[in-house]
Ligand binder design. Structure first.
Ligand code: GLU
Length: 281
C-alpha cells in the first residue's frame, strides 16, 4: 500500500439506512456510491454498519422497531437481516468495481489474544488488497445484553453498540479519522431557555460535556452519549472524530474536504502508532 494512505473508519447507524420504518436499499446505494467515489489512492475505508436487525424486521414484515423486540427476536432479526444488508452493500460496491468483505465481532473475540491478533491481521490484509471491510457486531451470538458486566472482558474491548465497536477499530488499527453517522447533525448544546446550538468543534471531552449528552437513537442501540464515549476512546489515541448526519447528500465528501459540517472532535494528543498496524502506509 502506498505510503501516506489514510484509513477512514465510517460508522453507519441504523437511522441512516432506514426509510418508512424499514431498511432502505436507496440509502445503502447512496452510502456505497459516496464511499466508492472517495476510496482509492488517497484513502481506504472501513465501514462499521448497523442495520442488520432493521433488515430482519423488514424481511419478516414486522410492524415494530429494533428497540421493541425481545433479545431473542433481535438475534433472529439480525441473523436474517445481516446477509441481506451485506448483499446490498456488496451489490452497489461491486457496481463501482469495489470488493467488500464481512467481519462480525463479539466482544469475546477481541478479548481473546489469538482471535484478536487474527482479526487485525485479516483487516490489514484486506486493506492491502483494496477491499472495503464491512463490520458489525455478531448479534446472533453476542451475549452483551445478557451479561452486561463480563469480568473476563477488559473494559476497553467491551461493546454492545457499534459506536464503541467503531472506536475500538479506529484506535487499535491506527486509523486517521472516525466518522460517526446517524440522523442527527452532531452534538447540540442545550441552553437554560431550552434552545439548541450545534457545537462545531470540541477540543476537550470533559465529564461535564459527557454528562450533558442525552438522548438515545430511535433505531440503534447507541445515542449521543455512546458517541461521545466512543469519541473519547479515539481522541485519546490522537485520532479525529466527526459526528454528522448521514442522511445528508454528499456528507462524507463534505467531511473529508474539511467543510464545516457536523461536530468535529479534535484529538487531545498526537496520533500514537499502534502495533496492530501491519500495512505499510
Ligand atoms: N448490530 C445492530 C444491527 O446491526 C446495531 C447495533 C447498534 O445500533 O449500535 O442492527
Amino acid at each position: 500500500m502506498k505510503k501516506g494512505k489514510r484509513i477512514i473508519v465510517v460508522k453507519i447507524g441504523t437511522s441512516v439506512l432506514s426509510e418508512d420504518g424499514g431498511i432502505s436499499e436507496r440509502a445503502i446505494k447512496n452510502i456505497a456510491y459516496q464511499i466508492a467515489e472517495l476510496h482509492g489512492k488517497e484513502q481506504s475505508f472501513i465501514l462499521v454498519s448497523s442495520g442488520a436487525i432493521l433488515s430482519g424486521i423488514t424481511i419478516l414484515g414486522l410492524n415494530t422497531t429494533p428497540h421493541e423486540l425481545s433479545l431473542t427476536d433481535k438475534q433472529v432479526c439480525a441473523s436474517i437481516g445481516q446477509p441481506y444488508l451485506m448483499s446490498l452493500y456488496e451489490k452497489y460496491f461491486r457496481e463501482k468495481g469495489i470488493i467488500t468483505a464481512q467481519i462480525l465481532f463479539t466482544e469475546e473475540d477481541l478479548a481473546n489474544q489469538i482471535a484478536y491478533k487474527n482479526v487485525w491481521r485479516t483487516l490489514n490484509a484486506l486493506l492491502k488488497r483494496n477491499v472495503i471491510p464491512i463490520i458489525n457486531e455478531n448479534d446472533a451470538v453476542s451475549v452483551k445484553e445478557l451479561l452486561p458486566v463480563n469480568p473476563y472482558v477488559p473494559d476497553d474491548v467491551r461493546f454492545g453498540d457499534n459506536d464503541r465497536l467503531s472506536a475500538i477499530i479506529a484506535s487499535k488499527l491506527g486509523g486517521d479519522l472516525l466518522i460517526m453517522l446517524s440522523d442527527v447533525d452532531g452534538y447540540f448544546e442545550v441552553s437554560e431557555d431550552g434552545s439548541k446550538r450545534l457545537v462545531k468543534r470540541i477540543e476537550i471531552l470533559n465529564s461535564e460535556l459527557m454528562k450533558s449528552a442525552q438522548g438515545k437513537g430511535k433505531l440503534g442501540r447507541g445515542g449521543m452519549k455512546t458517541k461521545l464515549q466512543a469519541a473519547k476512546i479515539v481522541a485519546e489515541t490522537g485520532i479525529e472524530v466527526v459526528i454528522a448526519n448521514g442522511t445528508k447528500q454528499g456528507i462524507i465528501k463534505d467531511i473529508l474536504s474539511g467543510k464545516d459540517v457536523g461536530t468535529r472532535i479534535t484529538p487531545a494528543t498526537k496520533k500514537k502508532t499502534t502495533h496492530y498496524l501491519l500495512i505499510d502506509r
